[in-house]
Design a protein around this ligand. Structure first.
Ligand code: ATP
Ligand code: MG
Length: 386
């Protein structure tokens, strides 16, 4: 009778011929996650297990596995030989001797003599005969006995399913360049795309010395927290001060944010290509602020030529974003009050329905436009987080 943590894979099981590719990535990510822990890993079809670990580390292992995308659920339980008497003996040991229960059996191994229904019924009856204070409640029991009979001759027994992070293994969908501000939204956007299998690089524009070193530390801290779920993140800092000063000096004040965002998009695509990213990710949510109206998104989107932009928060309310940010642990850092480059030069009346021709007209006033962009690209600073 071995104690095990059972890992169930998520959407991968729907895959056909390329299933192996996804499984290999998930296996790699699980191994990396548990690298510092003394345990044995077993990777079977549809079920993986962790065994031979120190019991005092069980909670820690579960907590680590809960951050791995591609895992649907987890259970802490026991592994025994697929044999009715063995199963009964073990269940007698773990079931509370009073209260209500239900047996939920799953027989993947069709050579086991009892099918799922018969096994549930027989075991239920034997338990009732053994413990006079037990009752069966199929709908709302105090205790569920799960019996999972696998093809490899072993059975897993447990009483709880713990939700995993879901999604697809990080790395299975390629690489995205996340536009990471110090705010609440962009870390959540990165988390959501990592959940769909993207590895992340992150690009942060800073306007040092208008923005402080603390603001950059805050972004590093956010990337560190995100890395729990998203794996290693290449964090790229882009010096944006000269561009902001040029916009401030030359362009209509109300177009300040719009033009700034257009520059960001232009630089983001060039950076994405340089760092082998397949798409750009940002934290825009429709209508949240003036720069996130359909018209604003149109004029910023038009700066991107080849790559898709993923906006996973586009249809979400701030409250929903808060909740995810709290769950993944970025919220407390995001709300630290350090200025972002977007807050350095704020227009009095930011335009909400910018026109593309007007943006281009304003941008023509910046004589050294191309050199400014080149200068940023030549001075990117890269830090590996994780
Ligand atoms: P966030 O919480 O992500 O800062 P926000 O509500 O403050 O979002 P905006 O400031 O309008 O929204 O920014 C929209 C998106 O643009 C951000 O989610 C982020 O992806 C990107 N962005 C904004 N500022 C920066 C920056 N300094 N560096 C990199 N990306 C940025
Ligand atoms: Mg912001």
């Amino acid at each position: 009778m071995d104690k095990v943590i059972l890992i169930r894979i998520g959407e991968i099981y729907l895959k056909g011929k390329n299933r192996c590719f996804f499984e290999n990535l998930l296996v790699r990510n699980i191994k990396e996650k548990l690298a510092g822990i003394d345990c044995k890993l077993f990777f079977g079809r549809n079920r993986y297990t962790v065994s031979d670990y120190n019991q005092s580390e069980e909670d820690k292992i579960v907590a680590l596995l809960k951050t791995v995308f591609g895992i649907n659920s987890l259970s802490c339980g026991y592994k025994i030989k697929s044999d009715y008497d063995e199963i009964f003996k073990l269940v007698k040991k773990i079931i509370p001797q009073s209260g209500s229960f239900r047996v939920s059996a799953n027989r993947a191994d069709k050579s086991f003599p009892l099918d799922s229904m018969k096994l549930s019924r027989e075991l239920g009856r034997d338990l009732l005969d053994t413990f006079g204070n037990l009752t069966v409640d199929l709908h709302n029991p105090d205790f569920v006995v799960y019996i999972d009979i696998r093809e490899n001759g072993f059975t897993y027994i447990f009483n709880e399913k713990i939700a995993g992070a879901g999604g697809m293994p990080v790395g299975s969908a390629g690489r995205g360049l996340l536009l990471l501000s110090g705010g609440i939204d962009s870390p959540v956007a990165g988390y959501m795309m990592a959940k769909r299998g993207l590895s992340l690089s992150a690009l942060h524009f800073h306007s040092y010395p208008y923005t402080s070193e603390n603001a950059q530390e805050k972004v590093k801290e956010l990337a560190k927290i995100m890395q729990n779920y998203c794996g290693k993140i290449n964090l790229i800092f882009a010096p944006f001060t000269k561009i902001q000063e040029a916009i401030h000096k030359n362009c209509d004040n109300n177009y300040l944010i719009t033009i700034m965002r257009r520059f960001m998009m232009l630089i983001a695509e060039k950076t994405a290509k340089r760092f082998y990213c397949d798409c750009i990710v940002n934290g825009e949510s429709l209508g949240q602020v003036a720069s996130q109206t359909v018209q604003s998104i149109t004029v910023t989107n038009s700066m991107i030529k080849d790559l898709p932009i993923m906006r996973p928060l586009i249809g979400m309310d701030k409250q929903e974003i808060f909740e995810i940010s709290t769950k993944i642990g970025t919220y407390e850092t995001s709300i630290l009050p350090y200025e972002d480059c977007c807050t350095v030069f704020l227009p009095k009346n930011p335009v909400t329905k910018p026109q593309i021709e007007r943006c281009e007209f304003e941008e023509k006033k910046i004589e050294n436009y191309d050199e400014l962009v080149e200068e940023v690209l030549n001075n990117l600073e890269i830090i590996e987080i994780g």
